[in-house]
Design a protein. Structure first.
Length: 277
């Protein structure tokens, strides 16, 4: 399990995160929400050791992550960033990069690495792209290949930063289903999302960042009180397209019903958005 304790991080003198406490639990999907600039990507980079900490610590299975080598950390946590370079290699070769933490020097891919890469491509619905050069793929196809690369890393914790970017609706839903499947296999999955309905339908817990601090954690149930006092991630910070035909007991329906009240419409107006029914 990975734990963030009083985490502080930023860029130079500009602190982006201040006092973050968060546990990433095996067997759960955590959706990390927040407006642009709230520190979501910074939190991931700090947790992975890609950004120096200004304070606090990251624990991995009870060990201070600072004591681990980059290779050891990469064996513990995989990362799908928002943007990546597009090298002139095949999709299969790209996915094989996810196996680097498991190789010894000199780096030579073994049969088991090829098997893991192909299995990851299958999981990401990208096996048909294995032999195609990366520059020839569409944005959505590349995103599926990058997702496969993170899966091939076979780490117990998986950070996916905007994994549904460039994907059509069917593949966005597939990412949600895949996240749940990985959690059932015992992995801790962190999804950075802007899509509130997808987060509600996919995640076991929600963590909301605002101004470098956690606004709410642990699946706050939507209600007039929790939304009005900003302890729910909709108020003033997010837009959400909520299906009117959602089931009566679903979180989506509760949000929809509350948005239909005078208090809900007032919240939307304060957020600067227009309610469309």
């Amino acid at each position: 399990m990975m734990e963030l304790r009083q985490l502080r991080a930023g860029y130079g003198e500009h602190m982006v995160l201040d006092g973050i406490d968060l546990a990433l639990r095996p067997g759960e999907v955590l959706a990390l929400l927040g407006p642009n600039g709230s520190g979501k990507s910074t939190l991931i980079r700090a947790a992975l050791g890609l950004l120096p900490l200004a304070g606090g610590q990251v624990l991995i299975d009870g060990t201070d992550a600072a004591a681990l080598t980059p290779r050891q950390r990469a064996q513990k946590a995989a990362y799908l960033p928002q943007t990546r370079p597009v090298p002139n290699i095949t999709a299969l070769r790209m996915v094989l990069h996810g196996r680097f933490p498991h190789l010894t020097y000199p780096r030579r891919f073994r049969q088991e690495d090829y098997a893991a890469a192909m299995a990851a491509l299958e999981q990401a619905d990208a096996a048909c792209l294995a032999r195609r050069p990366m520059p020839e793929l569409s944005g959505g196809q590349r995103q599926r290949v990058y997702l496969a690369m993170a899966l091939a890393q076979d780490a117990p914790t998986l950070f996916l930063d905007e994994p549904t970017a460039f994907l059509d609706v069917s593949h966005q839903l597939e990412v949600g289903r895949l996240a749940g499947q990985l959690a059932r296999q015992g992995k801790a999955v962190v999804l950075v999302l802007h899509d509130l309905p997808l987060a509600l339908s996919t995640a076991d817990r929600l963590a909301v960042l605002k101004g470098g601090r956690l606004l709410a954690v642990d699946g706050v149930t939507p209600s007039a009180d929790t939304i009005a006092d900003e302890s729910y991630p909709l108020c003033n910070e997010f837009y959400a397209a909520v299906r009117q035909d959602s089931g009566p007991d679903t979180p989506e329906r509760k949000v929809y019903d509350w948005l239909s009240t005078d208090a809900g419409r007032s919240c939307i107006e304060r957020s600067g958005y227009v309610a469309v029914q």
